[in-house]
Design a protein around this ligand. Sequence first.
Ligand SMILES: [Cu+2]
Length: 167
Amino acid sequence: MHVDATERKWVILSFLMAFLMIAILSAFAIKQNIQPPSNVETIDSVGLHLTEEFGEDNLGLKVADDGSLVATMVAMRYGFYPQDMKVPANTPIKFRIASADVLHGVHTAGTNMNTMVVPGYVSELTTTFPRPGTFPMFCNEYCGLGHDYMWSRLIVVPKDEFKPGGE
Ligand SMILES: [Cu+2]
């Protein structure tokens, strides 16, 4: 089969470009610790406030029985509850987030924390924040007219200054 030299050159070039793009994507996924969502756990979004875990008084950062930290959050038009959350740096924190109404997203700028919050499911992710500071947490799934105002703050404090439950 005869393949024109110019055509051969472009076939090779297009394959190289595809491999380069896959390599860049893979390198970033590994470097920034990007993982696919893996928790499939259903919950009744309408009755969220009636559950023990996502009841208003139980939201926020808690120490689990095994000593690990679990942060429970509710995303609802148009805010995240609790509004501001204080967490220690360099400590793995498991976030459990549920939506009380429509599809939301949680993106914490400057960190690798980013997940969709699908109504009817509990979004779960575990991450560690290496840098202390105040990071804005945005909704990144358009959820209605107040979407632009849907944000809160994650306050990462140095590990030795952190007291669980204290201010
Ligand atoms: Cu939203």
